[in-house]
Design a protein around this ligand. Sequence first.
Ligand SMILES: Cc1cc2nc3c(=O)[nH]c(=O)nc-3n(C[C@H](O)[C@H](O)[C@H](O)COP(=O)(O)O)c2cc1C
Ligand SMILES: Nc1ncnc2c1ncn2[C@@H]1O[C@H](COP(=O)(O)OP(=O)(O)OP(=O)(O)O)[C@@H](O)[C@H]1O
Length: 190
Amino acid sequence: MDIHTLGSVNLAASVLTIGAFDGVHKGHQRLLAKTKERARRRGVPFVVYTFDPPPKVYFGRGQLLTTLEEKLYRLERIGADQVIVGRFDEDYMKKDMLEFIEELRDVNPLEIWEGPNFRFGKGRKGTLDVLGQHFNLGVLHPVECPENEMISSTRIRQLIEAGEYSRAEQLLGWDLTSPAAFQNLELARA
Ligand SMILES: Cc1cc2nc3c(=O)[nH]c(=O)nc-3n(C[C@H](O)[C@H](O)[C@H](O)COP(=O)(O)O)c2cc1C
Ligand SMILES: Nc1ncnc2c1ncn2[C@@H]1O[C@H](COP(=O)(O)OP(=O)(O)OP(=O)(O)O)[C@@H](O)[C@H]1O
């Protein structure tokens, strides 16, 4: 798996998914599996564009679930060929939705896959509709947990804060005590 920053990568074709992917939970896993399947079918690289830190964490609206290292480890195991890491900071967040879209052309996405509610660009102005006007976009149905609640990093953060680790593990789809698991969890448990 190759790791890039945008601008350092040019691909003739790809199938792409974009997101913070904090936790690489079951909803993310479904989206990543779909993206991989489409990339394999087309015979082009499976590319993941992610942000570090996750924008919500940057804005202080949530604790970090997976370090970049942990996230990259999980993306590699899932089979990503190329990962682009956008360093989310004061400068980066100034890009408006059209600038962001123009940059994506570096990897020539034949298809982009997202789940519901994906937003991008300055002020979160970019919607799925906008992305779909520029690229061939596929949108997945939400993956829900047993209580019909949508799985999200936010939900998992809440469960960890409430000490409900086994529920958090159900939504993550992996074991919080696995060797590669979060450093941060120790802080959450302390
Ligand atoms: C260039 C850029 C600028 C962004 N600016 C903001 C922002 O001003 N406020 C905000 O809450 N999120 C901002 N975001 C984060 C997005 O809302 C969103 O969290 C991000 O694209 C990841 O999507 P995901 O949370 O669905 O994974 C920005 C994202 C990008 C790519
Ligand atoms: N339960 C889910 N089912 C399907 N797709 C999902 C699910 N959760 C997230 N996604 C998709 O994964 C991509 C990355 O989303 P993101 O990293 O913001 O996850 P999130 O769980 O919604 O995070 P947060 O709760 O912090 O906003 C987006 O396209 C999003 O729609």
